[in-house]
Design a protein around this ligand. Structure first.
Ligand code: PAF
Length: 280
């Protein structure tokens, strides 16, 4: 696996692959990799001739400095994992490379950035859209793979790609879960053993909602109440939001009629966890 840290080197590498007729798959990450990321790389290898993975903990998308500072990092371990799944290039820039002095441009994807996580993390999706647009221009992929655990992020990126005519395909991939149902996330490492057990209420709540709808419930308020009861039944948990909304516009719905996104953000102790499912 080649490691590239400079933007111009990365652009040159990708341009050469493109001229040779190769297709490039790209997996952007913030490191501290887990099976969820690796499944994106494996899928990327199936779809493209070469796979680039980026690791960059993007300061622009953290609205709390402490969250950025404590974001887990593990470069050596990440490198080993990426090599094992056959990554061709790790793009690993530092912050001044991405945001040099004088940097002052940002991408704002309007409506779909506002609800859900956007309502609680001001500026988060502005930071995500801006860095992802830069990474697309740097790595020049044909496909970019994102995990659906960050469902709103997928919606925001898809909108940006469409609105700004990026010449690439965004491929959202299903959430990878632990055997007991917890969605894989770099943040899970911060859970104490008790919190780890408590956090299973998220997956339980999603199942309950799917079950209710499968048995004929259509009122969003009833489904949301059942979800809330399951989560608040656990000690040490605080709900940030629970929402039933349209999976493309992210506008809240009053009734479940057609595919509907159930999205949750929950604090378990000091750890913020998100999860979601599309109820069909
Ligand atoms: O999902 C992430 O890890 C980040 O938001 C991303 C897409 C790498 C942008 O920094």
């Amino acid at each position: 696996m080649k490691i590239i840290s400079h933007i111009t080197d990365m652009q040159r590498w990708s341009e050469a692959r493109r001229l040779a007729g190769k297709t490039i798959a790209f997996v952007p990450t913030m490191g501290f990799l887990h099976e969820g990321h690796l499944s994106l790389v494996r899928e990327g290898k199936k779809r493209g001739d070469v796979v680039i993975v980026s690791i960059f903990v993007n300061p622009m998308q953290f609205n709390q400095q402490a969250d950025f500072a404590t974001y887990p990092r593990s470069l050596e371990q990440d490198q080993l994992m990426l090599e094992e799944v056959g990554t061709d290039v790790l793009f690993y820039p530092n912050a001044p490379e991405i945001y040099p002095e004088g940097f002052q441009t940002a991408i704002e994807v309007d409506k779909v950035s506002q609800p859900l996580c956007g309502a609680f993390r001001p500026g988060h999706f502005r930071g995500v859209a801006t860095v992802v647009a830069k990474l697309f221009n740097i790595t020049k992929p044909h496909f970019a793979l994102f995990g659906e655990k960050d469902f709103q992020q997928c919606v925001v990126i898809k909108r940006m790609v469409k609105d700004l005519n990026f010449d690439l395909e965004v491929l959202p991939m299903p959430t990878v879960r632990e055997p007991d149902g917890l969605a894989m996330s770099s943040r899970n490492a911060r859970l104490s053993p008790t919190e780890r057990q408590t956090s299973l209420c998220l997956a339980r709540a999603l199942h309950r909602a799917q079950d209710l709808v499968a048995h004929g419930e259509r009122q969003a308020s009833s489904v949301l109440q059942a979800v809330q009861e399951i989560i608040t039944g656990e000690g040490g948990v605080r709900i940030e939001y629970i929402s039933l909304c349209h999976p493309e516009t992210l506008e809240e719905v009053a009734e479940v009629s057609g595919p509907t996104l159930l999205a949750l953000a929950v604090w378990v102790g000091d750890v913020r966890l998100i999860d979601n499912c599309v109820i069909r």
